[in-house]
Design a protein around this ligand. Structure first.
Ligand SMILES: Cc1cc2nc3c(=O)[nH]c(=O)nc-3n(C[C@H](O)[C@H](O)[C@H](O)COP(=O)(O)OP(=O)(O)OC[C@H]3O[C@@H](n4cnc5c(N)ncnc54)[C@H](O)[C@@H]3O)c2cc1C
Length: 392
């Protein structure tokens, strides 16, 4: 008989794991929003799946997507000065999570994965550990369900470093070559412009990261889609004129009434395993590795850790799943989690002088520009550039 695994949560981590584990194990996913609620609900995030994540999606035979909005480049500006366009080695893709998650859930159900619709609370965990051989907490930023211990060194912040303001818009002429626009406004925050695919076709995501209580933090109290669109129009005019120039006034609107979001994250990194009544429980994704979205690594890190957890469980397929297995999973992920987290935390602070110099070099040297674009696809290189700079 196959060992039974329960995945709580059907977001990026839970779905990667369900695809990866479904052949070798009997997988049940418990989640608290139906396919209809996900598909027709509020956007949850922005999401850019870089090359390595797309290769993992391929490895686990996850659904393929229309590639009309492939992301080939990263455009970097500081203030209103465009510095350079760096080319990615492999194209990335951003698919609205409402579409991505709902489609994957339907596909997995057809492929034999069981789904239960239920909001799991802490008090349910013991029952789940009795029923299943392993419970995996993939509850994302609203989790974790269990007190996975905080890694203090990697969790320096007690308050959000940015307010996240996101809208999925129609009526913006894409930048060329098609890519992510990153505009840093020192001491105010950033704007990320991301081409994406939705149920309604291609859109442009405008994602403002405002430093709380500074001049870019202008969306407080905005509740409706109309107010949000109006505010985005005036905010781009005032702070991001290059984007504003590409807005076609008469077509500028959210792709649907739920296509906007405001949130703020307190990053926290946790050791991703513990035991409940002597049974191993592990965490994967944001429930245990939660970073600020400023570097766009959340989905990519969730995908990475899902693969490492899959490989751990396959290696220990016929052994008892105990703390040793949990420690093996943590050992496989720890270094990468550290690199992503430390780079991400550094990006929320004023850019160090040596990093500004690297960016200025990128403006003169295409090879350097391409290397900087690759920071987002391979955050280990960003970590190296940021930390080697501090030793200069
Ligand atoms: C504004 C914003 C922008 C972002 N931009 C990017 C980006 O550009 N690139 C990138 O890579 N990442 C980005 N991220 C991060 C990314 O969205 C997350 O890191 C990623 O979705 C985490 O996946 P996850 O599976 O851990 O959690 P989620 O995808 O959040 O999934 C959590 C799942 O758990 C379920 N759940 C939660 N609680 C319970 C419960 N009690 N019982 C049952 N089910 C439950 C939820 O319904 C959901 O299915 C962004 C995040 C935000 C907030």
């Amino acid at each position: 008989m196959k060992r039974r695994i329960c995945i709580v949560g059907s977001g990026t981590a839970g779905l990667h794991l369900a695809y990866a584990l479904k052949e070798e194990f009997d997988v049940t996913v418990i989640h608290h929003r139906s396919v209809d609620q996900i598909r027709n609900g509020r956007i949850m995030s922005t999401q850019v799946h870089f090359g390595a994540t797309r290769r993992r999606e391929n490895r686990f035979a996850m659904p393929k997507w229309d590639e009309q909005a492939l992301i080939e480049s990263i455009h970097i500006s500081i203030g209103n000065q465009k510095l350079f366009t760096g080319m990615l080695k492999e194209p990335a893709l951003s698919v609205d999570q409402r579409l991505y998650f709902s489609h994957c859930i339907e596909d997995l159900a057809e492929k034999g994965v069981s789904f239960r619709l239920k909001k799991v609370v802490k008090e349910n965990i013991e029952t789940l550990t009795d029923e299943f051989d392993l419970v995996i907490d993939c509850t994302g930023k609203s989790g974790p369900l269990m007190p996975f211990p905080i890694e203090e060194e990697l969790s320096p912040f007690q308050t959000p470093q940015r307010k996240c303001i996101v809208g999925y818009f129609l009526g913006i002429k894409p930048n060329t070559p098609q890519g992510i626009g990153v505009t840093v406004l020192p001491e105010l925050g950033e704007m990320f412009e991301i081409p994406a695919i939705t149920e309604h076709g291609p859109v442009t995501i405008l994602f403002i990261m405002a430093i709380p209580n500074r001049n870019l933090d202008v969306f407080q109290g905005i509740k409706t889609a109309e107010e949000f669109t109006l505010k985005m129009r005036t905010a781009t005019q005032k702070f991001f004129p290059e984007i504003h120039k590409r807005i076609a006034e008469e077509k500028f609107s959210l792709c649907d009434e739920h296509g906007f979001l405001q949130t703020a994250i307190i990053p926290a990194i946790r050791k991703p395993y513990l035991t409940v009544k002597n049974k191993l429980v592990v965490g994967c994704g944001d429930s245990v590795f939660l970073n600020d979205p400023i570097t766009g690594q959340g989905c990519n890190l969730s995908s990475y850790c899902a693969e490492k957890l899959y490989e751990t469980l396959i290696e220990f397929k016929d052994s008892t799943w105990n703390t040793q297995v949990g420690e093996s999973y943590w050992n496989r992920t720890k270094q990468f989690v550290k690199e992503v987290t430390e780079w991400t935390n550094a990006m929320t602070l004023p850019l160090p002088e040596h990093v500004i110099q690297l960016l200025l070099q990128g403006a003169k040297d295409q090879a350097k520009a391409d290397e900087i674009a690759e920071w987002f696809a391979d955050p280990r290189t960003a970590y190296q550039d940021f930390s080697s700079a501090t030793t200069i």
